[in-house]
Structure formats: C-alpha cells, structure tokens
Design a protein around this ligand. Structure first.
Ligand code: SF4
Length: 514
C-alpha cells in the first residue's frame, strides 16, 4: 500500500490525550475553529518605495508541539508577509484552523495554539496588495474532499491562474477566494489520477509560474518547488522531526539543523516513513529570484543551495564600491536592509562606516498622521538623521534598491538638513525597469522611475550630488553560483516564463498571490 493510498493515517505520535482534547473542543465548537483572532490589530510595515515580499510557508510533521513550532517558524518569517497569517494542524483524522489579519504576534495566543491539535501543521504569512487583504484569501486554504482533508500554503504567483480558473468554473467549480493559489486545490479535486499524490502532481503540472508550496494531508506534509526554483524552500531536522520553511532563519529559532534545499522541481513527502523525494516534473532552466539576495530574504538566512544572504549582500556592496567609487568621508546605510551592502561598500572603498540614519523599529499603521505642516513626516516616522555623524561630511548613502524614488528624495533632504555637505546615493542593485510576475508585489511599469528616466534624471529628482546603481553583471557575478541560474526580469524585462496574451490580461485582474 503506497503513501496516500490509505483511507486512514497510521499514528506516529500518541493521540490518546489529543483525542480527549479534541472531543472537548468539538463539544464547544464546530469543526473549524474561529477564523478571526480577537487579538488582531491591523498594522502594516509596508514602504511605498520598496518591492513587497510575497509570502512565507512553513510545515512540520511528527512533533507533539507541531502548532507551537509552526507559530515560532512564522514568527521568524514575519519579514516575508505582514498582513495576515494562518496555521492548519492535523492529527490524521481532523484539521484545526486558526487565521487572522495582522502580525503573527497579534494573531496567535496560547489559547488559540492549544486548540491546534495534532503532530503536523503548516503555516503561512501573507503579504497582500491594497484591497486584497480579505480574510477569505488568508492561507492555508483547507478543504475536505474525496481523499480526506487537504490544506495548502503557497509562496509565489501562478501566471496562468485566471485561464485555469475560467476552465474550472466552466466545469462547475465554485471558488471561495480571489487568490490564484485556490486554483491548485480545484485542480487536485478535479484530477482523474488514482492517488492523492498523483493528483497533486497532475495539478501542479498544469500551472505555470512560481510556487514554493506546502500541503498537508491526513497522512503527512508535502513540500514542492516549481521547476524554475523562483522562491526558496528549505528542509530542516529537529531531532527525528522534519520540517520545511521558506528560509533557514526559521530553523535557527527552533534549534533545528539545515538538511538541504528542496531542489527546483522536487516534491518531498514528510511522513511516518521519513523523507521521500520525487522529481515528477519536466526539468526547466533555473530562474531563482536574485532579488532574494538583494532585499527579500533575511540576512541571517541561507538560501538557494545554502548560500549566506549576509555575505552575498556584502559582496554586492563591495562590487558597487569597485564600480562607482567617489571621494567621501563616511559611508552610511539606509537601515535596515541597506546595512550589509553598506558595510561591503565601506570595506571595498576603504571609507569609515557610520550610522547616520536611525530606524524606529516599532512603526505601524496605528499612528495618527499630523497635518501637512510637518514636512516629510512619513519617512521621519521611520528614519531619523544623526547630525553629529553627518555635520560637514561628504556622505555616501547605500540602499538596496530604488523603486519610485520618493523615499530616496526625502532621505537626501533629511541628510542635508542634518548638515551633510555632499550626499552620494549608491544602490546595490541595477535600475528596476519592469514589474515582477512571480510572486512579488511591484508597482506598475510606469510607476517604476527607472523605466522612463535616465540615471541623471533620477539623480536630479532625488537631489543627490551623485547617483550610481550596481551593474547587472556586477550583481550577477557577486551572487553565488552562475549568472544564468537567476531570474533578473525586473532589471532586464527578460522573463524566464514568457506570458501569453491571455496571461498578460489576467495579471491585471487576478490578485497576485504571495
Ligand atoms: S522579476 Fe525580479 S523580483 Fe521577480 S522573480 Fe525575477 S528577479 Fe525576482
């Protein structure tokens, strides 16, 4: 009897106490636990002048504290999505769900986690576009169908989701959300394959785009990465327990060790049998997102073949110094994301590193904005200049990316007001000229300042004394591995998966997944 052929899962962790607990919960509530946390506070840390990440996924099988560890994993992965979060746990017979809007720390509490029974769990942190932060779109999605319980958490974006959705609706599918990820659930349900595993493979063979997915069934956890490998997905171990996460920083918090990366096109099953690996998809050219190194991933993570993000970011800064050195007294970062590149720049240029801007880490959307009379209030809430560092200095300020240019303009003014004699802006990635279709929330092409303006025009706009970007070759050569293994479409418009006309149309309508 093969995996997922069974109608009931074999227990691998004693379920007796959980059964008693479950009966108590069932008396009190319906099968699905309350979906909205009473502790939800709506806050956002979004910057209008950055690309926005995407999502985080996490999964664990065979641990009596599965839900608690998933909560901690999501806590460590908060940077990948701050609008909503959800956990679905399972005990082999029943799933337990808790979701809410806001930050991980706001959504879960000990009582909620205590009701997430079972020795397996998956979790998801969501970032959503404006207007798309509806509770119905909060993942993991969970359903009960002919093959038992199934839950799904997705990081990425499916470029043919709308086309598939229309086809599925023509066959009678009723969608509960506007997320592209739900298409996968329907494709699994509609598949004619014999086993659940074969149905999942059949479904994922039909979607195009980026996916790092974690699924939970009554019998185990399945982690899958698309054949191009756009988004990271890692396998870890905690004693005898296996877990998967978008980034390794989640393992560090749990004291788990990194086993390896889930390879592009690989499907891994975590079950009573340990870890089973499959390669069910046709191979494709690698297209790992180079922006994960530039900005998205946490600097203490290791991604794309266990390469350290921190040292790669520093290497980008060193390369930038090599390409665009300018006489200056100090190098300062735009905190926090610009810090490693700035350290690399200072090292490469032999110029002292200083902290000329201080970030307030506790900014949310909960503050009340004053009248227009306070100039540059938005950026001042987050960043403040340090006059004793900047006074009379020629300053090189390093940021990881420049999207619209509005924040850079405010930063330059803030530095000058604090006494900087010269301000030279350096960006540790090339000019962004095109949107991303693979799971990153980006402004439209016309909102990307570099899509329609030269570097000199942008320099004038941000009012810097000089502006320089890292070259494309410089970025790719400073990143680990070979340049051809990375997607760089937002810098080059060379998309690894070309869009059909129908897909171009759908991307305007379908809410990007994350
Ligand atoms: S287009 Fe840019 S952000 Fe999107 S996957 Fe490619 S490199 Fe990453």
């Amino acid at each position: 009897m093969g995996f997922f052929d069974r109608t009931h899962a074999e227990p691998n962790v004693k379920r007796e106490t959980q059964k008693v607990k479950r009966e108590t919960i069932n008396k009190k509530t319906a099968k699905e636990l309350p979906i909205v946390s009473p502790f939800t506070v709506h806050r956002s840390h979004k910057s209008p002048d950055k690309f926005h990440d995407e999502c985080a996924v996490f999964g664990i099988y065979g641990h009596k504290e599965a839900a608690n560890l998933t909560y901690l994993g999501l806590y460590a992965l908060q940077h990948r999505g701050q609008e909503a979060s959800g956990i679905v746990s399972g005990d082999g017979e029943q799933f337990y769900v808790h979701k809410g809007k806001g930050l991980v720390a706001d959504i879960y509490n000990p009582q909620a986690l205590d009701q997430l029974l079972g020795s397996m769990a998956i979790g998801h942190n969501r970032y959503s576009t404006a207007g798309g932060n509806d509770l119905k779109n909060v993942q993991p999605f969970s359903v009960n169908f002919a093959f038992g319980n199934l839950a799904l958490a997705h990081n990425g974006n499916l470029i043919n989701a709308q086309v598939l959705r229309h086809e599925l609706e023509a066959y009678g599918a009723i969608f509960q959300s506007t997320s592209d990820s739900e298409v996968i659930i329907h494709l699994i349900a509609h598949s004619r394959a014999d086993t659940l595993l074969a149905r999942i493979i059949d479904a994922l063979s039909q979607v195009r785009g980026a996916f790092s997915i974690v699924l939970q069934t009554d019998e185990g956890i399945i982690a899958v990465r698309d054949p191009h490998g756009f988004r990271p997905l890692c396998l870890g171990r905690l004693g005898n327990t296996y877990l998967v996460a978008s980034e390794t920083c989640a393992f560090d918090l749990l004291g788990a060790e990194i086993v390896r990366e889930i390879e592009p096109g690989e499907l891994v099953v975590l079950s009573d049998k340990g870890v089973t690996s499959y390669k069910p998809f046709a191979p494709a050219s690698p297209a790992m997102c180079v922006f994960e190194y530039v900005y998205f991933a946490r600097p203490d993570s290791k991604i794309f073949g266990a390469n350290a993000v921190y040292s790669t970011r520093k290497a980008l800064g060193r390369q930038l110094a090599k390409e665009s050195s300018v006489p200056a007294d100090i190098v300062i970062p735009v905190p926090d994301s610009g810090v490693p590149a700035s350290l690399g720049y200072a090292e490469g240029a032999g110029i002292p590193f200083e902290l000329g801007l201080i970030r307030n880490h506790y900014v949310g959307r909960t503050f009340i904005e004053p009248e227009q009379s306070i100039r540059h209030f938005g950026v001042k809430v987050k960043l403040n200049a340090v006059p004793e560092v900047l006074e009379g200095k020629r300053v090189i300020v390093v940021d990881d990316s420049l999207v619209r240019g509005t924040t850079s303009r405010k930063i330059v003014k803030m530095l000058r007001n604090a006494g900087a004699k010269e301000v030279h802006m350096r960006i540790s990635s090339p000019p962004i000229i095109s949107p991303c279709f693979y799971g990153i929330d980006t402004p439209t092409k016309k909102e990307l300042i570099a899509s329609s303006h030269t570097t000199e025009e942008i320099r004038k706009y941000i009012t810097a004394d000089s502006l320089a970007y890292l070259s494309l070759d410089g970025m790719l050569n400073a990143s680990p591995g070979t340049p051809s293994q990375y997607c760089n479409a937002c810098f080059t418009e060379r998309y690894p998966i070309p869009l059909t006309r129908a897909e171009e149309w759908q991307l305007g309508l379908f809410e990007p997944s994350i």
